[in-house]
Design a protein around this ligand. Structure first.
Ligand SMILES: Nc1ncnc2c1ncn2[C@@H]1O[C@H](COP(=O)(O)OP(=O)(O)OP(=O)(O)O)[C@@H](O)[C@H]1O
Ligand SMILES: [Mg+2]
Length: 242
């Protein structure tokens, strides 16, 4: 498919593939997120979900094409993609543990440098979504609970004013209540028009929020379908193992 054909999408990847030595972790994969869409990627451990996100954001070498808002961005580096608004919250969060909540958020806002008004507006938005971050503004990231750290990781990503927010299992290791809180916030952001690509194991909630789902298994997309077509866990299991 051509760049022109992908122009209607927020992001589209064509034949994206990646390997670690002789391991073909991601076989040529096509995927897209429409403007304002919430897309979830499900799949068992080792399916290639993280590899797909890393290939998309150029954290690892890959082959294939990436088109963002009608522009071929295949040759760009991770930080250049971030400048365009493609922001990822990685598995493991990647926070600066010795730095405070304030400092971590400030790092996320590097793109807004120079504009205090933009910075303050983003900060207020993050605090309204996650009031707990405001309460803990001077606390170091490493002293926060797992859920709070994940809120900070999402908050830091939002400080960069993303056009597409990509998240790799943000609920990993969190208590159900906190996981629900964080995923619901993603739903609220999507309602405001933010495009979201979410890798998630908490399938029921992720499917409630998303409009479309890709099922990845053994490095390939096994199914792509609107979430309203998934009636039960039994259906999902069929896709996983087909
Ligand atoms: N740095 C690496 N070196 C070698 N092999 C790797 C590396 N990272 C991942 N792999 C392999 O690539 C495959 C896909 O891994 P990936 O992390 O993308 O899966 P995943 O779907 O994100 O799994 P999980 O749900 O456990 O996070 C796995 O077989 C994994 O062992
Ligand atoms: Mg993973």
């Amino acid at each position: 498919m051509t760049v022109a054909a992908d122009a209607a999408h927020l992001i589209a990847v064509r034949d994206l593939a990646a390997r670690y030595g002789h391991i073909e972790a991601l076989r040529p994969t096509n995927l897209h997120v429409a403007p304002g869409e919430f897309v979830t990627i499900l799949g068992p451990n080792g399916a290639g979900k993280t590899t797909l996100l890393r290939a998309m954001t150029r954290l690892i070498a890959s082959t294939g094409q990436v088109v963002f808002r009608g522009r071929d961005v295949t040759s760009l580096k991770t930080h250049q993609l971030a400048d365009l608004g493609i922001i990822m919250v990685q598995e493991g969060r990647g926070l600066f543990g010795d730095m405070s909540v304030r400092e971590n958020l400030k790092i996320g806002a590097y793109k807004l440098a120079g504009s205090q008004v933009d910075h303050d507006r983003q900060l207020e938005k993050v605090f309204s979504l996650f009031p707990r971050l405001k309460e803990r503004i001077s606390q170091t990231a490493s002293s926060m609970s797992g859920g709070e750290q994940q809120m900070l990781a999402v908050g830091r990503a939002l400080m960069a004013d993303p056009k597409l927010l990509i998240l790799d299992e943000p609920s990993l290791g969190l208590a159900p209540r906190v996981a629900t809180e964080i995923l619901s916030t993603l739903g609220a952001l999507n309602k405001e028009g933010l495009g979201i690509l979410l890798v998630e194991q908490k399938a029921p909630l992720a499917l409630k929020l998303a409009q479309r789902v890709y099922i990845l298994s053994s490095g390939s997309v096994r199914a792509e379908l609107p979430t309203h077509e998934i009636k039960s866990h039994h259906d999902l299991a069929l896709y996983y193992f087909s």
